[in-house]
Design a protein around this ligand. Sequence first.
Ligand code: CU
Length: 160
Amino acid sequence: MKPDIPAAASFTALILACLSTMTLADDHGSLHLDNVWARATPPGASTGAGYLTIHNHGGDEDRLTGASVEFAERVEIHRSVEEDGMARMEKLAEGLPVPANGMVSLSPGGYHLMFLELNGQLVKGDTHALTLKFEQAGEQEVTLEVRAHDSDGDNHHHHH
Ligand SMILES: [Cu+2]
């Protein structure tokens, strides 16, 4: 009689159960990406802006380090700042931190994705793939929706 065999088997089963639970919970890493949109651009525009909300349900800080799209040559992470009454933008060379158990919003007047050297116009109602690069979560692909130029992005806010 070997009483430790059933014990070992149930221990293995327990480990597998834990692993599969973790895999389900970790579907998109610890990140939840929400309200992903870009402003429609006028004909001939060479740049555009994109926005989203990044929720981090994990206990570790992550960092948005870059992004790519098919409709522009380059994507930079920018912040709008006001200095001496003048609005200007600065590039976040170190990326954008996403706090543990927290969130960060990219929205008009603040942080945004800057699409540079557009290959075509961003037309209201169109959707495009957006690949975001995170230090911890790696590459995450989401769908970006083009909204009216004056959209404030709140119309489609999604609660979870
Ligand atoms: Cu910008």
